[in-house]
Design a protein around this ligand. Sequence first.
Ligand SMILES: [Zn+2]
Length: 352
Amino acid sequence: MQRKLERNFTIILLVMTVLLTGTLHFFPGLHSYAFFDTDENDDVYSVMQLIREDNSLVVQDKNLGASTHQLRMELPSDVNPEDVEISQQPLYKSFTISIPGVDNNYVYSYPLVGSSDHISDFTFDYSAGCGVFEIITDSVYELNTTMEGQYLYFDFLDPRDVYDAIVVVDAGHGGKDGGCSNGDALEKDINLAITEKMKPLFEEDDYNIGVYYTREKDFNPPYSSRVGLANELQVDLFLSVHINSTASGRVSGINGSEVMYRSADESGLSKAFANNCLESMLSTLGSNSKGLVAGDEIYIIRTSQVPVALAEIGFITNNEEKNKLISEDYQQKAAESLYNAIVNTLKENKKL
Ligand SMILES: [Zn+2]
């Protein structure tokens, strides 16, 4: 009898601990809740793991029997799974999942099931009739989403397992850092316009190349994040897109394309990639050659652990070339020339 009481007491204590731990995560009045905690060993524990002692990654799928997924989200019956918006945030370290028509009660009533070693933090925000999960990952992953009825299954996949080759494309400058300029023409805008025009080329070709962009809008990621993305992913190629100017910034007759490489790269891959970029630009754009330049003093080149090329498409300080650089047609050609340089270099390196 005494032992049974002790056991009951232990169970009650355990349940209370679980409830208290859960409650501590849900401070009323705040719209953001942390679900995951990290222990000293850097193992990630989730609220789900408190509920599911077996810590299983296997989710029972009604139709297919047992199927292995990392996370399962259940939607209320009045939410159409097609209306759920999933997007990967800049620099690819987090995903947001927006569920229209749910409120704070959603997270209590429909807990996520499963767990993933790749999740380092997890929040839920509710505003304007929409619940938004943010899943922060410990590295860059491709999110595979499977919809089945009111269930959404999520799997975080290593890009290497998804693509034949991976590259990072960096549009130089951004936000408050406009780069070089001539009148209204800003380098940051031209760089972004060119990298945006590269996107459909990769999306519509028959190659399986994973492309990660350091920015897809007007903001200025730190240099360490730009090169960090390339290094962390150990990409096959890292391309940074820039526009040149005279050192003084004054308008002059100097014009042409130039590509920087990392001379300390003993494999020679950086120089070979840079050379392909230069040759491709010269033939497609018909620009003057300003040649290949060792750019090891540039931070993103010096700290790159992967084959890097920094393409200076042309000179903004040359009025004639500036007018070309701000035209859609010339930007399209620049995008095509750099796309071709990437594909050809990947082929040369037997990545495609
Ligand atoms: Zn620049």
